[in-house]
Design a protein around this ligand. Structure first.
Ligand code: MLT
Ligand code: MN
Ligand code: ZN
Length: 299
């Protein structure tokens, strides 16, 4: 299985257009040892020919161009065999509307995420230019779908509905999922949880049996945004388990034996983005990696 990170940042990217935090400012001024990142999107393939996208970021056009494996092989073509949405956040879905040039798309999502994107959304009509432009395939919790030589299973992950849908529908376990992606031929497993407010027992069992784990690296600390004067919400209120601290994911997932353990969906404020920070040293020492755009993992 080949995993190619197209985008590794949380919503807003790094740097973020309206952000003057130390990281974003330092990156623009060339004083921070850090690399720019686009918003989270990952391509996975069993054979290097057909690709499955995990999420579809607002930067999808540029991300497809950045990777020759996703370029058309004919006058009208795409090696993208399917797109999986792990939740309805706009940094995960908005790119679908950019893929509107009359190409059939197959999108895998829970019914709650599909409904949230399609219903009351007049812009969705741009993906209804011809019958069958988008085929939705329902991901059922506990089920497994076969996509281009990969077995894809959805696990409920602690999370929440996207901001624009909060309070419109009751919260439910289909709002946010983690994925277990098993390559049929080799049995190798990628566990993918780019947004998680916590780790359920089922998620932990899946992580413990995976060859690679990608996990939510949004915030280092609970009060990262308020401490920088950038907002009032704590990490937990945004449904992201922080990386650092006694209850953080670095401590929580310390025993996970996977060969590759990778943080993704990293917010631009996170101090671990700075290669010379104490936080980065802690992540390195624990054997975790920090995804960057272009990272490839072969299992
Ligand atoms: C998140 O990851 O918490 C969301 O992408 C935030 C947002 O939609 O702005
Ligand atoms: Mn996000
Ligand atoms: Zn910033």
């Amino acid at each position: 299985m080949l995993i190619r990170v197209l985008g590794s940042a949380a919503g807003g990217g790094f740097p973020q257009w309206n952000c003057g935090c130390p990281n974003c400012r330092g990156l623009r001024e060339g004083t921070a040892r850090a690399t720019a990142r686009t918003q989270e999107c990952v391509a996975v393939s069993a054979d290097g020919c057909d690709w499955l996208l995990l999420n579809c970021s607002p930067e999808i056009r540029q991300q497809i161009e950045s990777f020759p494996g996703l370029h058309p092989r004919g006058p009208r073509d795409s090696p993208i065999a399917g797109i999986v949405l792990t939740n309805g956040d706009l940094d995960h879905c908005l790119g679908l509307l950019s893929l509107r040039e009359s190409h059939p798309l197959v999108v895998y999502a829970t019914e709650a995420v599909r409904r949230g994107f399609v219903e009351d959304n007049v812009l969705y009509r741009t993906l209804e230019r011809f019958p069958g432009q988008v085929t939705w395939r329902t991901l059922k919790l506990g089920g497994e779908d076969e996509i281009a030589g990969l077995g894809v299973a959805a696990l409920a992950a602690p999370g929440k509905a996207p901001i624009h849908l909060e309070h419109r529908a009751p919260a439910g376990p289909e709002d946010n999922i983690a994925l277990r992606i098993r390559e049929r031929q080799t049995g190798r497993v990628l566990a993918y949880a780019s947004a998680a407010a916590g780790v359920t027992e089922e998620m932990r069992r899946t992580f413990d049996a995976a060859d690679a784990v990608f996990f939510d690296g949004t915030f280092w600390s609970s009060d990262e945004l308020p401490a920088l004067g950038l907002g009032t919400k704590r990490a937990e209120e945004m449904a992201h388990l922080p990386v650092g601290g006694p209850g953080g994911s670095l401590a929580h997932l310390a025993g996970v034996p996977a060969r590759r353990r990778v943080y993704i969906h990293i917010n631009n404020t996170n101090p671990m983005l700075r290669e010379d920070s104490a936080e980065r040293a802690r992540v390195d020492a624990a054997g975790w990696e920090i995804a960057a755009d272009g990272l490839e993992v072969r299992l």
